[in-house]
Ligand binder design. Structure first.
Ligand SMILES: CC(C)(COP(=O)(O)OP(=O)(O)OC[C@H]1O[C@@H](n2cnc3c(N)ncnc32)[C@H](O)[C@@H]1OP(=O)(O)O)[C@@H](O)C(=O)NCCC(=O)NCCS
Length: 299
C-alpha cells in the first residue's frame, strides 16, 4: 500500500556524535627541521604556518613548512598530550614517524570500479549519520551505491583516492545534472573524504582530476550543491574556482534544524559556440594522462 505520509523530520539527537576535531602534527620546514604542534583546525593551522596570521614563531623563522605527519586525536587533551610526547621524541624517532606516515599516506587516484561500492557506501553513510553535508536521512544500500557509481562512471566521472594499504581516503564524482537534453553539457560534482584525513589535499587532487575529465569529455559546466552551513565545502569549492551563483535559504530539514542550499558553478570552457556532443567514453590515453597528473607522475 502507498505510504500515507512522507518521512518524519529527523531530530537533533539523530545526529551521531563525533569526537571534536583535534590533530597532532609535524611540519617539515624549509630548512629540513621538524616542527610539532596540535590544532583543532588543520587547514587553518597549515595556512597560518605558511604566511597566514597567527603562525608559530618557529615556522616563521624556518620558512614555513609542509605536513610531514598528522594524527587525528579524540579531543583537545588527547592532542595536547600527544604533542608533548612528540616534542620529547629524539629526532630519529620523529623522522621514523614521518617516514611511516608518508608511506601510509601515499595516496593514489584511480577510476572507481564496481567493487569499490562497499567502501564508498560506508564512507557516504558516515556522513549521512554524522553530518548535514548530505540531506539524506537513511543509508543507501550497497547496490544503490554501486548503481550510482556505475552511472557516474559511464556518463561523467567517478574517482577514488586510496592510501598505501588500499583503504579508501575519499572519492569524487560527477553525474549528468539533468535528464532534459538541453542540460547535457552540465555535470553535478561532489566529493567526500575520510573524516580522519581532511585537509590533507585529498579533496583537491580528486576534484582537479574529475574536472579535467569533465573538460576532456566536453562538459561546459560543473555544478555543486552545497549545504548551508558547510563552511569547509564552501571554502573548498571557492578554492577550486567555483563561484556561488545562488542560495536557497531554507530548503532542507535535518537533525532538528532548517538548512539552506548553495549553488556553486564552475564554467569549464568559455564562449557561446554550439557545443560538441559530450564524449561519455574518454580514450584510454587521455584518461591515463589525467590520472598520471593526479598522481604526480611526469609524462
Ligand atoms: C570539503 C572536503 C571535500 C575538502 O577536502 P579536503 O581534502 O579536506 O580539502 P583539501 O585539503 O584538498 O583542501 C583544498 C582547499 O580547500 C579549502 N579547504 C578545505 N577544507 C577547508 C576547511 N576546513 N576550512 C577552510 N578551507 C578549507 C582550502 O582552501 C584548501 O586550499 P589549499 O589546497 O590551498 O590548502 C572535505 O572537507 C570533506 O570531505 N568534507 C565532508 C564532506 C563534504 O562536505 N563534502 C562536500 C559535499 S558538497
Amino acid at each position: 500500500m502507498a505510504a500515507l505520509t512522507g518521512p518524519a523530520p529527523s531530530a537533533a539527537d539523530d545526529c551521531l556524535p563525533v569526537d571534536p576535531p583535534a590533530w597532532v602534527y609535524m611540519l617539515r620546514c624549509a630548512d629540513g627541521s621538524l616542527y610539532s604542534g596540535w590544532t583543532n583546525d588543520l587547514a587553518r593551522r597549515l595556512h597560518a604556518h605558511n604566511g597566514g596570521s597567527h603562525g608559530a614563531r618557529y615556522t616563521r623563522a624556518h620558512g614555513g613548512g609542509t605536513l610531514a605527519y598528522a594524527r587525528r586525536c579524540t579531543g583537545k587533551s588527547d592532542a595536547m598530550r600527544r604533542e608533548a610526547a612528540l616534542k620529547k621524541l629524539p629526532k630519529a624517532e620523529k623522522e621514523a614517524l614521518a617516514a611511516a606516515w608518508a608511506v601510509e599516506n601515499k595516496i593514489t587516484i584511480r577510476p572507481a570500479a564496481p567493487e569499490d561500492a562497499e567502501a564508498v557506501n560506508a564512507l557516504y553513510c558516515w556522513y549521512v549519520d554524522h553530518s548535514t553535508a548530505t540531506y539524506q536521512y537513511g543509508h543507501p544500500t550497497v547496490e544503490e551505491s554501486r548503481a550510482d557509481l556505475c552511472l557516474a562512471l559511464e556518463k561523467a566521472a567517478f574517482l577514488v583516492a586510496v592510501d598505501g594499504a588500499g583503504k579508501l581516503a575519499g572519492y569524487a564524482c560527477a553525474h549528468p545534472w539533468h535528464t532534459r537534453e538541453a542540460f547535457s553539457w552540465d555535470a553535478e560534482t561532489t566529493v567526500y573524504c575520510d573524516p580522519h584525513r581532511l585537509s590533507l589535499g585529498v579533496g583537491r587532487r580528486l576534484y582537479t582530476a574529475v574536472l579535467e575529465i569533465l573538460r576532456a569529455k566536453g562538459y561546459w559546466n560543473a555544478i555543486a550543491l552545497v549545504a548551508d552551513p558547510n563552511p569547509a565545502s564552501a571554502a573548498f569549492h571557492r578554492a577550486m574556482g567555483y563561484t556561488r551563483y545562488g542560495r536557497e535559504p531554507r530548503t532542507g530539514y535535518k537533525f532538528g534544524q532548517w538548512l539552506g542550499l548553495d549553488y556553486w558553478v564552475l564554467p569549464l570552457r568559455e564562449g557561446t559556440a554550439a557545443p560538441e556532443p559530450v564524449r561519455y567514453a574518454l580514450p584510454q590515453k587521455e584518461l591515463e594522462a589525467i590520472l598520471a597528473r593526479a598522481n604526480g607522475e611526469r609524462r
